[in-house]
Design a protein around this ligand. Sequence first.
Ligand code: DGY
Length: 327
Amino acid sequence: MANKPRALVTRPLFPAARAILDEKFEVEYWTQAERIPRAELLKRVTDKEALVVLLTEKVDDELLATSRKLRIASTVSVGFDNIDVPACTRRKVVATNTPGVLDDTTADFAWTLLMAVARRLVEGDVWMRSGTWPGWDLDQLLGGDIWGKTLGIIGFGRIGRGVARRAQGFQMRLLYHDQARVAPEVERGLHAEFVDLDRLLGESDFISLHVPLLPETRHLLSKDAFGKMKPTAYLINTSRGPVVDEGALVEALEQKQIAGAALDVYEHEPKVHPGLIPRRDVILTPHIASASVETRTKMAVMAATNAVALFEGLRPPNALNAADLGL
Ligand code: DGY
């Protein structure tokens, strides 16, 4: 049997994904507990034709220059800001991601955060565990109502719309903002109104972010944006950390320009702005919005399937630069 092509995979993934990869490739998995150091990644990728990475590993021009045999870089994430797609295209490397399979799980989690921050869930839990709760009282841990309020969704793609669908049960008014309007029937179906960013910021009680990280979305929420929000509003971020200027967020919270924030992603992961840590009006989770067993397995399988497809002479189903590479 001819030699199999060689692949580097920066995590052991899940058995279902490994089975797909192992059949097609001679695979080297990075299995150590700490993530693969950059120097190690650059060294190990040199003789590989396929690379499967997590969103924490950068596939940039430096890496591509050292891996002249590489034909595909497959990220186990829908966000692909870790991959320099134009650089891949220049070097004729196919770049792929994992869209679609994590939409509902992520939308569920945006709602988990929304409800938790509005109803002060974490503070309540901490209080109960401290053994100091004196019993029921009328004015304990008062939060903000959710039902009947206005939800503003920034980024109305699959995940944003999933968040919108879930708002129906809470009788919320729904505003959205994106680069372009969605089809009228989608707006009607979701009872969603397209508004400009300023109106969304000024009228929403909850603002949930669902944009990809692009040069134009970096620091989309900055000092100026927080200044336009209601003092009773909550910010939910399950998209990418750098969409929010964390320093400006801390300032806005300190000055009570907004009521609170629930963040799953951070500007400089894994670091968190020190000003956020002690705040009781903030909920912090470790980038787990898509972290259900089912969804993370599907993502890994999808990334593996993308890599394998190319070596079977097919167009990888989620190729980001298919058209540019003439696939
Ligand atoms: C992604 O896929 O981009 C998420 O951030 C992790 O699931």
